[in-house]
Design a binder for this molecule. Sequence first.
Ligand code: CA
Length: 223
Amino acid sequence: MRVLIVEDEKDLANIIKMGLEEEGYIVDIANDGEEGLYMAENYPLDAILLDIMLPVMDGLTLLSTIRKKGIKTPVLLLTARDALMDKIEGLDTGADDYMTKPFEFTELVARLRSLIRRVGDAREAVLRIADMEINTASHEVTRGGEPIKLSAREYALLEYLAYNKGTVVSRTEIVEHIYHEDAEMDSNVVDVYINYLRKKIDKEPWTKLIHTIRGAGYILKEE
Ligand code: CA
């Protein structure tokens, strides 16, 4: 999952980025509103953490601009303490949630997961497909109750497919959402990771959940 942080306090932005990367997210940072707007409009994002007080363009202007353009990426607003009007205005402008600074990182991560889940139409932390369970909080995966050990990259791939279950995702979308641009990932690498994943989650005698759609990509679904 790919997250944009729009925050002019560089130390704070970097701390959040490092923490989110440890959780397996791909993170982009914008240090002012204009840069943030460009990225929000052009990057394939799964969520945006948006500070309100920003140079060049403030967060609420950025938010209303992208909403007017029909961009529905979930937005978690970061507001200054006690700025009640900002919160109300932010929610009216189209923010999905807000957090007051200073905040606990663990709460930020939980709220972020919840936002991304709502878009994927899942209300619980555990995603279920057939007899497979994916715990998005602990990153534990089981099939038929049997634990399956996945590498961080395999997990990220499975989670992305699971959030989009029943929908075909292209190799390009997979690269853009779960592998960093500068990690020398091309779409062939996706096939390699799909094969690793299949050996672990789709082995005999389990029913096949990852399906290849020729010329289009992959889909996670029950037969
Ligand atoms: Ca700020």
